[in-house]
Ligand binder design. Structure first.
Ligand SMILES: [Zn+2]
Length: 113
């Protein structure tokens, strides 16, 4: 008879179970929100560790920082490819992207080509 007892209990609590489910969903989304904030904070911590690695302080994550530097180098390489396609170059003074056809950087006025 345990089954029928369970069914009766279930019927009686159906509204309550619905409320519980809504409450659990709310709480889970709050948990998700906190986890997202934690991820942001982890990223900030990681960035700080990487920045201080680049300025000479190794917090014991040297190997990962070296990997990050490789990724940065890869990004630079890819950016250069884009600039080649767009036929533009980089200002040697301020680093902004400039057309190959102009002689002076529009941002800093430095000589480009
Ligand atoms: Zn410039």
């Amino acid at each position: 008879m345990a089954f029928f007892d369970d069914v009766k209990k279930l019927g009686k609590n159906v509204a309550e179970k619905g409320k519980e489910a809504i409450e659990i969903t709310k709480l889970n989304s709050q948990i998700g929100g906190e986890k997202d904030k934690m991820k942001e904070m982890f990223a900030k911590i990681g960035e700080q560790v990487f920045m201080s690695f680049k300025s000479g302080t190794d917090h014991g994550f040297g190997e990962w920082c070296v990997q990050l530097q490789e990724m940065e180098a890869k990004i630079d390489e890819l950016k250069n490819k884009i600039m080649e396609i767009k036929d533009s170059s980089k200002c040697p003074s301020c680093g902004s992207e400039v057309s190959k056809e102009i002689a002076f950087c529009p941002k800093c006025g430095g000589k480009v080509n």
